[in-house]
Ligand binder design. Sequence first.
Ligand code: TRP
Length: 334
Amino acid sequence: MNNKTIILTGDRPTGPLHLGHFVGSLRQRVALQRDYQQFVLVADLQGLTDNGSNPQKIRNNIPEVLADYLAAGIDPSLTTICLQSALPALAELTALYMNIVTVARVERNPTVKNEIMQKGFARSLPVGFLVYPISQAADITAFKANVVPVGDDQLPMLEQTNEIVHKMNSLLPTPVLQHCKAMLSETSRLPGIDGNAKMSKSLGNTLLLSVSEEAIHRAVSAMYTDPHHLKVTDPGQIDGNIVFTYLDAFHPNKAKIAEMKANYQQGGLGDKTCKNELEVCLQELIAPMRERRATYIQDKGMLMALLQKGSERAHDVTQKTVREVKCGLGLPVF
Ligand code: TRP
């Protein structure tokens, strides 16, 4: 990668962000923003695809997500933060791409398939929901992003995006769109505090960036370990032991965790000690974010102003792409 590398990621503003977002993507965005050209998209239109009758929920969560970004360390002077619905080029590209993707192809997208099942849509599936991967392809390509830091559930979206890039470019006299690569984080999927495979708001097993000290304590104390590790001297299992999964995801000292794991497996390390180590590390990570977030969320005017400014910058970039695509297709561009 070099400084020409363009990075785009986004989040649906359906609620405040949690530690799953932090390890899956926020942390990487903070690390990448100095060296690359980075855009972060507040995907309100995508949020509406399964909240069509509840736009207020999406509206109210826009500043929440912005406060999370700033609290996590995304710096608006280094990263362009913008709003999907404020960028008409994204809607235009979506409309153009819809004609080169089949219904069979969108129905085959495993992430969308899963979500449709989980949400129990059946025949009340909103059309917009089924085609949101096409709109996400528009998001990514409008910015000519080459790298997309995401969790592994988003890989099917990138695969579908690259198919669209290939197909659309083949229709143009010279290629306009860029292929994109996923950048997976070390922990691309954080389990929930209840041990469920995924931390997710709908499962009620999240820790928000604003979580209180007390709630962190409760969550860590209740965490599932190895049910056969009854005495400190018993050998313990690391696999499926959420405390170690979290230590791997959050503890800065990897050597120390490796040593703890060896002791635990041999027999001689208690769950309580591991949980204490985890709690201290989570408290240290979250305290400053919680504090910053509390300040930012009080100034919604400031948050929306920075979103407007970023959207104006993103408008120019995305408008240029859609013009190039339209010209290439031979459509009149006035
Ligand atoms: N689908 C992503 C999610 O649910 C959000 C998103 C929208 C996105 N547009 C994007 C991610 C573009 C990466 C790039 O988390």
